[in-house]
Design a binder for this molecule. Sequence first.
Ligand code: 6PG
Length: 245
Amino acid sequence: MEQNKLNRSFRIFKTPFDLAKAFAQELVNDINAAAEKQSSFTIALSGGNTPALLYSVLAEKYGSSVDWSIVHFFWGDERCVPPDDPESNFWMVFVKLLSKIDIPLQNIHRIAGENIPEIEAERYSEEILRNTRIFNDLPVFDHIVLGMGNDGHTVSVFPSNKELLFSDKLCDVTSHPVTRKKRVTITGKVINNSDAVTFLVTGHSKARTVERIFKKESDFPASFIRPLHGKLEWFLDAEAGKYIQ
Ligand code: 6PG
């Protein structure tokens, strides 16, 4: 059942698996609708354990039934590591989904974590512009899938670098606040120009952050994600949503 608080629609599911199955179904419906219109479908993915569950469900339940040739996969952020590094968000999606579906290589637009970060942020901005629709002089993704950290970060916009939410750049370089490891991330303006944005958030450790985002305007990075013209949904499991239901 869809609910709404502070103009954010959310749905709460009993388990992370129920959440992943429900969102996978919604995403596949949108992909199939795009296929019927002979159009492509651009989606930016996130790393993290909760998004990872979605990728496994997509491969297992829809791996052979979806026309993946119309889907263009992008990443919302990437750790600055080689593509086969266990830390790589690309590698996680490759293992759980891309290696199990029939998709043209040119539809996989990974952030090259092995490149010099500042150069890669520029290169990736161009790759996004070449492969997405443009609206308000900004790229439009059909869907962006986001996770959220306990500190309210999303993609690689952490509380310590919230200026990336308002940057004029499409992609920028940042560092993890604890490990100091470099990352390339899309910025808030790109996310808020998307046709649809869905947060996938599970676990008790997120519950208080979710409560503060939904019960009053807070200044977590995830609070600033409000698509200007697109749909915003929060998919929560019972643990993450326990203080707002
Ligand atoms: C990353 C992700 C990050 C992630 C959140 C949630 O590269 O780590 O892009 O934003 O989505 O940290 O991760 P969990 O679902 O594992 O808590």
